[in-house]
Design a protein around this ligand. Structure first.
Ligand SMILES: NC(=O)c1ccc[n+]([C@@H]2O[C@H](COP(=O)([O-])OP(=O)(O)OC[C@H]3O[C@@H](n4cnc5c(N)ncnc54)[C@H](O)[C@@H]3O)[C@@H](O)[C@H]2O)c1
Length: 401
């Protein structure tokens, strides 16, 4: 069976690697640079091994391309393209629309089309299906299904095989075919009654994380005001064996999912006349954490950061990945510069960001740790400046939340 995966990023390449064990996979991406690297067997995604990729290419199980006609006779097509927010923080379905165009223009026989991109309930039924039909030159009875991706890049205990996967088709035939497809490389498939339930469940999972992170971030501020340790208090609460789940404070949330998906839920809620005040406020609390961190650092340093050299340590949005999308480091740096600080950043896992290279981990007046990668030596961070403020809870000797 030939399978096309549209989008070869974190989600699409990961799924391609697993699917290529069982099927012939065409990895389609609109970015020529990514395709050139993949075609020479170089993976750009943590968790997808370059040697495995090279082997799949050699054995003819995987081929990366920007040529839409390569997907024409595929029987299964998986959409894994970005679903970000527009500048005014509204759902941006333009990448999905463009993927629909590629599918509509190129697929020449009825196929099973599965969306793995995160979006609001109704996207498969009311956006993807009509768009593919709009771009198709002739009438074709495709089957449509959703299976929202739950991959957590950089994580080794849960992967495509052992993470339960939700799925539902627009028809019972689509549902059955989707089950058959994923059952080859996923052990635990969970069927739900409609695509809308699967789409909503994905958004709710990440909204749950966002509001709990906001809650703990607010609590960190309360604990500091009360002069008690937020970490000790959380550990104490966590001794309760039921009804409590521990989240830890941070400079804010980052990545493609947690800062973005709840806004998709809030947007669809408001479009349907339902309130989303709690979700909206959680997002604000997390965004405001960057200012709170800089306020604390400023207060600890004589009430002014003017002319001070500040090193921001760890600009990836989470440990052990190079992903900087929506990173809290961005807002922290903005606040620091607005207050006259001379800011540099260090993150050798990320390497280059906004055209700047990672600076040395030394010689600053102040260091602020946003993300602590395992490979970075805690002692080196502590020696990088006379004053170190830690937002991760991993450096007990530093000042911190
Ligand atoms: N990264 C995660 O941890 C994660 C987890 C679960 C769900 N998701 C969701 O999965 C989807 C994809 O996310 P990602 O992290 O893989 O994004 P990504 O940015 O890593 O990869 C997306 C890829 O799609 C390509 N692309 C964009 N438009 C295209 C088009 N029209 N045709 C072909 N290729 C196109 C881009 O060049 C890029 O390589 C999003 O909806 C995201 O919310 C992501």
């Amino acid at each position: 069976m030939r399978v096309a995966i549209i989008g070869q990023g974190y989600v699409g390449l990961t799924i391609s690697a697993f699917a290529a064990e069982h099927f012939e996979v065409v990895g389609f991406d609109s970015n020529q640079k990514i395709i050139d690297r993949l075609s020479s067997g170089i993976s750009h995604i943590e968790g997808v091994d370059s040697s495995l990729l090279a082997n799949r290419i050699k054995t003819g199980r995987y081929r990366a391309t920007t040529n839409g006609s390569m997907i024409s006779d595929c029987e299964v097509i998986v959409i894994a393209v970005p679903t970000p927010l527009t500048k005014d923080r509204k759902p941006d379905l333009s990448y999905i629309e463009s993927a629909c165009k590629t599918i509509g223009l190129n697929v020449s026989k009825p196929a099973l089309i599965i969306n793995e991109s995160t979006s609001f309930p109704g996207t498969l039924r009311n956006f993807i299906k009509p768009n593919i039909e709009k771009f198709s030159s002739r009438q074709m009875e495709h089957q449509y299904a959703i299976s929202p991706e739950r991959v957590d890049p950089g994580r080794s205990d849960f992967n495509q095989k052992n993470t339960p996967r939700l799925y539902a088709g627009l028809t019972s035939e689509a549902t059955a075919k989707t089950r058959e497809f994923y059952s080859k490389f996923c052990d635990n498939l969970v069927e739900v009654s409609s695509p809308e339930v699967a789409e909503a469940a994905k958004l709710f999972e990440n909204t749950f994380r966002q509001v709990n992170i906001a809650l703990v971030n607010e609590f960190a501020q309360i604990a500091h005001a009360l002069g008690i340790s937020v970490y000790e208090t959380l550990d104490a609460a966590n001794t309760k064996p039921y009804g409590f789940m521990k989240f830890t404070p941070s400079a804010g949330v980052g990545g493609h999912c947690i800062p973005v998906d709840p806004t998709y839920l809030a947007a669809v809620a408001e479009d349907n006349g339902a309130p989303a005040t709690f979700i909206r406020r959680a997002n604000e609390v997390n965004l405001e954490m960057s200012k709170y961190v800089v306020d604390r650092v400023e207060a600890d340093n004589g009430g002014s950061l003017q002319g001070k050299s500040v090193l921001v340590v760890g600009v990836a949005y989470k440990p052990n990945v190079a992903d900087v999308r929506e990173t809290a480091a961005e807002l922290v740096i903005e606040h620091l510069r607005n207050r006259g600080a001379i800011v540099a950043w260090h993150d050798d896992v990320v390497g280059t960001w906004h055209g700047e290279k990672s600076s040395d981990l030394s010689g600053a007046d102040l260091s602020i740790v946003i993300t602590k990668h395992d490979v970075v030596d805690a002692r080196k961070i502590m020696a990088s400046a006379p004053y170190v403020f830690d937002t991760t809870g991993k450096l007990p000797q530093a000042h911190g939340l």
